[in-house]
Write a protein that binds this ligand. Structure first.
Ligand SMILES: NC(=O)c1ccc[n+]([C@@H]2O[C@H](COP(=O)([O-])OP(=O)(O)OC[C@H]3O[C@@H](n4cnc5c(N)ncnc54)[C@H](OP(=O)(O)O)[C@@H]3O)[C@@H](O)[C@H]2O)c1
Length: 321
C-alpha cells in the first residue's frame, strides 16, 4: 500500500509517500481500506518532535473512515463491506489501517464516508473532557478556546445541542462571527479584545482549554464557584501563574488529559459511550460536517501547512482512495 511517513523530525518536507507492506489485523482488529483521514494538530507535533522522541519513522493519522476489508479473530460486530469511521493511534495517512474493532463507529446518517473521517478524534476528545471529566451539567455555561478549530467547532455544536450556553475565543473577527453562526452565544477575538473583560458576567462553569500560558489566570478568574478548567493543550505556553487562594475560595478543579496515549481498552469504552450518547445527536443533525479543505494523500505537506497557518476553520481531510 501507499502511506505517508514522517521520515525524521522537521517541516512538512520530511513527509514522504512510500510503498509500505499492508497491515495485518491482529485478533480483535479489523482491516480498513481508508477512504479519508482527518488531520489533527497532534499530527503536526508528531512530525515536529516525533512523538516517540527518538526520530523513529512513523505513519501519522489519528482518525479515518473507510470500508472494512477483513476481520481478525474474535471480531463479531463488524463484517467485510461495513463502512466505518475509527479512532486510531497513528497509521491513518495510509491506504489501509488495522484498527481495534472497539474503536470503530458506524457512519452517522446524513454523513458521507469521507466526511465521517472528521469525527472520531474530535468527538471523543470533546465528549471525554467536557462531559465525562468536567461533568458539564444541564444549563451550565461552557467556554471553549480555539472556537474555530476542529475541536472548538465540535464543542460549540455539541454544547448547543445539549442546551448549554457556549462562549468562545478565536483569532479573527471573521472566525468569531462564524463560531456565532454555529451557535456560540458570544465569540471574542482574543487578538483585539480582552476575553476576560468581555465575558466577566457570562458565569462560566467549565472551560475547555487548548491555550494555557497567559490565558490561565484569566480563565481561573472567569470561572464561577465549583468551576472546572480542563486542559487539552498549552499552545500559548506550558507554564502559567495561578492564584491558589482563588482556587480554594471558589473550589475550582484544574485537570486535563491526552487521548492518544490512552489504552485500547479505555478508547473502546469511550467509543462505546460516544456511540450511545453522541451518535444519536449527530444523526439528528447536532453536528454539521465542517470540512474546510480536502487534499489527496500526495499533497499532505500542503494540508499540514494549511493547518499550521491557522487559516482554516473546522476540519481538513486527506482523501486517500
Ligand atoms: N489532549 C488531547 O487529547 C487532544 C486531542 C485532540 C486535540 N487536542 C488539541 O486541541 C487543539 C485543537 O486541535 P485541532 O486538531 O482541532 O487543531 P486546529 O484545528 O489546528 O486548531 C488549533 C486552533 O488553535 C488556535 N490557536 C493557535 N495558536 C493559538 C494561540 N497562540 N492562542 C490562541 N489560539 C491559538 C487556532 O485558531 P486562531 O486562529 O483562533 O488562533 C486554531 O484554530 C490542539 O491544540 C490539539 O493539540 C488535544
Amino acid at each position: 500500500m501507499k502511506a505517508i511517513w514522517i521520515t525524521r523530525k522537521g517541516g512538512p518536507e520530511v513527509l514522504e509517500l512510500r510503498d509500505t507492506p499492508d497491515p495485518i489485523p491482529a485478533p480483535g482488529e479489523v482491516l480498513i481500506r481508508v477512504k479519508a483521514a482527518g488531520l489533527n494538530r497532534s499530527d503536526i507535533y508528531s512530525r515536529q518532535s516525533n512523538s516517540y522522541g527518538n526520530d523513529r519513522p512513523e505513519i501519522p493519522g489519528l482518525e479515518i473512515s473507510g470500508t472494512i476489508v477483513s476481520c481478525g479473530e474474535n471480531v463479531s460486530r463488524w463484517h467485510p463491506g461495513d463502512a466505518v469511521c475509527a479512532l486510531i493511534t497513528g497509521g491513518g495517512y495510509a491506504e489501509y489501517a488495522a484498527v481495534p474493532a472497539g474503536q470503530c463507529l458506524p457512519i452517522p446518517n446524513g454523513w458521507t464516508i469521507e466526511e465521517a473521517a472528521s469525527l472520531p478524534e474530535t468527538v471523543l476528545t470533546v465528549w471525554s473532557n467536557v462531559w465525562i471529566t468536567a461533568k458539564l451539567r444541564a444549563g451550565e455555561h461552557l467556554l471553549v478556546h480555539g472556537g474555530s478549530s476542529g475541536i472548538g467547532t465540535t464543542a460549540i455544536q455539541l454544547a448547543v445541542a445539549m442546551g448549554n450556553p457556549v462562549y468562545t475565543t478565536a483569532g479573527t473577527d471573521e472566525k468569531c462571527r462564524w463560531c456565532e453562526s454555529l451557535g456560540a452565544a458570544r465569540a471574542v477575538n482574543y487578538r483585539s479584545e480582552d476575553f476576560e473583560s468581555v465575558l466577566k458576567d457570562a458565569g462560566i462553569d467549565v472551560i475547555l482549554d487548548m491555550t494555557g500560558g497567559d490565558f490561565t489566570p484569566k480563565n481561573l478568574r472567569l470561572l464561577r464557584q465549583d468551576g472546572r478548567l480542563v486542559f487539552i493543550n498549552a499552545m500559548r505556553g506550558k507554564e502559567a501563574t495561578i492564584d491558589l487562594p482563588g482556587i480554594m475560595s471558589k473550589r475550582l478543579v484544574i485537570t486535563g488529559s491526552m487521548l492518544k496515549p490512552r489504552s485500547a481498552a479505555f478508547k473502546a469504552e469511550l467509543t462505546a459511550d460516544v456511540e450511545k450518547q453522541v451518535w444519536p445527536l449527530i444523526a439528528r443533525g447536532a453536528l454539521r460536517p465542517l470540512i474546510y479543505a480536502s487534499f489527496p494523500l500526495d499533497r499532505v505537506a500542503e494540508a499540514q501547512q494549511l493547518m499550521e497557518s491557522n487559516a482554516h476553520r473546522g476540519k481538513i481531510l486527506l482523501l486517500v482512495s
